[in-house]
Design a protein around this ligand. Structure first.
Ligand SMILES: NC(=O)c1ccc[n+]([C@@H]2O[C@H](COP(=O)([O-])OP(=O)(O)OC[C@H]3O[C@@H](n4cnc5c(N)ncnc54)[C@H](OP(=O)(O)O)[C@@H]3O)[C@@H](O)[C@H]2O)c1
Length: 165
């Protein structure tokens, strides 16, 4: 995405979404992020305009962006690719990490992979104070099962840390 574009981030308060919001904001995008109401203030603090997910999402996003959106990223699955395509100026500008159907719909599936250049760019943003990692909770390695259980709730804000020191 480029400066001045509007991007819709689904599951914007989660571990992946909270970083995506900050990266898009740092690149000069206007970000609309979906979350439940308890996370709206958190999304504002990251620089996004929050919107509640669920039935009627497309209409709520249209209120914020009557002209439509330029790009969308899906970090939750469950059909939000379709909602995104209703709103996109270009239906192909949707990427998902959680919906195996996205490619068949003309969008992009993304799999996380280690990449030195990308990690360096993230480090530069962090050094500049433009990227922080919100931590939902931290567990010692001996409580990894509890960390996993918490991750499975789908309700965490930011990352869960497993301390292996
Ligand atoms: N393809 C890959 O390489 C890759 C890599 C990493 C993760 N993943 C997958 O990507 C997904 C996201 O990972 P994550 O670590 O960011 O998850 P996460 O941190 O567990 O996500 C939790 C967040 O999701 C939000 N949420 C739950 N249901 C939602 C909905 N229907 N609409 C919008 N937001 C919703 C919650 O917000 P509220 O509490 O406000 O509801 C919460 O903040 C997971 O399915 C994960 O398995 C894929």
């Amino acid at each position: 995405m480029t400066f001045g574009e509007t991007v819709l981030v689904h599951a914007a308060a989660g571990g992946v979404g909270s970083l995506a919001v900050q990266i898009a904001v740092a690149r000069g995008a206007r970000v609309i992020g979906t979350a439940s109401e308890r996370n709206h203030e958190f999304l504002r603090s990251l620089g996004a305009d929050p919107v509640t997910y669920g039935d009627g999402l497309a209409a709520r996003v249209r209120e914020l962006a009557p002209e439509g959106i330029d790009a969308a990223v899906d970090f939750v699955g469950g059909g939000v690719v379709d909602v995104s395509q209703e709103l996109l100026k270009d239906r192909g500008r949707v990427a998902s990490i959680a919906d195996g159907e996205v490619k068949a719909k003309g969008g992009h599936m993304v799999w996380v992979r280690p990449d030195t250049a990308d990690l360096t760019a993230l480090g530069t943003l962090a050094d500049a104070g433009k990227l922080t990692v919100p931590v939902a909770s931290a567990f010692p390695l001996s409580e990894a099962a509890d960390a996993f259980r918490e991750s499975m709730t789908g309700r965490t804000r930011g990352k869960i840390v497993l301390d292996v020191s």
